[in-house]
Design a protein around this ligand. Structure first.
Ligand code: ADP
Length: 275
């Protein structure tokens, strides 16, 4: 803008052909600066997010020491330490996953991956949690070709995050459906729940790192606030996208749309994205 630093730097160079040929190089510095800001914010957020479980563990270990003559209290605090350390482990794993995804915008070694088994694997990983909550989990697919070029493990992680959220933000007795569908040039995985839904004003922000609609509830469910940021990066690294439809009180549908692997052509590198 007019008050800040200029976004564009213009380099003027005289080309070796003579003074008549002046080469103008216009470089966009906005992008570089934004990447740096994003990186700084990430480090600040990570430190903040790690402080909560680490602080919790410190307090709980003090409580254990104080309660040494009350075995029931010791057991109670120890169980809470277990919960906190599980959360901490998950948080660290997701931070590492996300920083890897942010560092590489494209896939190094894309393979042909069928999204139906990917959906099944993702659902299997969440099944016990869903059964505990009495939430029905269903995978359905049409009869098309559901192959994409990509990284099997990353795709399972992305779909697992969506199914995990669908279960976490739904009441018991509801149903979560995963649909895998082959479109014209796309394969779509749609995860539909009958849960809380997401207010319209929040629908953009939920894909930001560490953003939670309701911090307290999300922490209760073991949420890190990184799940959807990971889904977004996996989708864009595969040349696709993620979208959400939601009706508060009725439920939500998240769709991951990826280019179909028709013709056996490897994907074009995706555009860079660093949020
Ligand atoms: P978290 O670890 O908190 O679930 P995510 O990045 O996966 O982090 O999701 C961000 C926020 O989006 C969540 O805290 C929750 O408020 C909201 N959200 C995500 N999925 C759903 C869903 N299926 N239904 C309702 N809210 C959701």
């Amino acid at each position: 803008g007019p008050l800040g630093e200029p976004s564009f730097v213009v380099h003027a160079r005289v080309a070796p052909l003579g003074a008549a040929h002046v080469l103008l190089l216009v470089e966009d510095r906005t992008q570089a600066r934004r990447v740096e800001e994003v990186r700084r914010d990430f480090v600040a957020n990570v430190s903040h997010e790690l402080k909560t479980p680490v602080g919790g563990l410190a307090l709980l270990s003090e409580a254990v020491l104080d309660a040494h003559d009350d075995p029931e209290a010791v057991a109670r605090f120890a169980r809470r330490m277990q919960v906190e350390s599980t959360r901490l482990t998950r948080l660290v794993k997701e931070i590492v996953d996300l920083s890897r995804l942010q560092a590489a915008d494209t896939l190094t070694d894309p393979q042909l991956v069928d999204l139906v088994p990917v959906a099944r694997e993702a659902v299997d990983a969440v099944r016990v949690t869903a059964e505990d909550k009495r939430i029905a989990l269903v995978v359905v697919s049409d009869c098309g070709d559901h192959q994409v070029w990509g990284d099997h493990d990353l795709l399972v992680t992305a779909v697992r995050n969506l199914v995990g959220n669908a279960v976490a933000y739904s009441e018991s007795g509801t149903r979560v459906t995963v649909r895998v569908a082959a479109g014209d040039d796309l394969v779509t995985v749609a995860v539909t729940d009958q849960g809380l839904g997401i207010p319209a004003a929040e629908r953009e922000r939920i894909f930001e790192r560490f953003y939670r609609v309701d911090g307290a509830r999300s922490r209760q469910t073991g949420g890190t606030g990184l799940g959807l940021a990971i889904v977004k990066h996996v989708s864009s690294n595969h040349g696709g996208d993620v979208a959400v439809w939601s009706e508060p009180g009725q439920g939500s549908t998240f769709t991951v749309r990826l280019p179909a692997a028709i013709g056996g052509r490897a994907p074009e590198p995706s555009a860079s994205s660093e949020t």
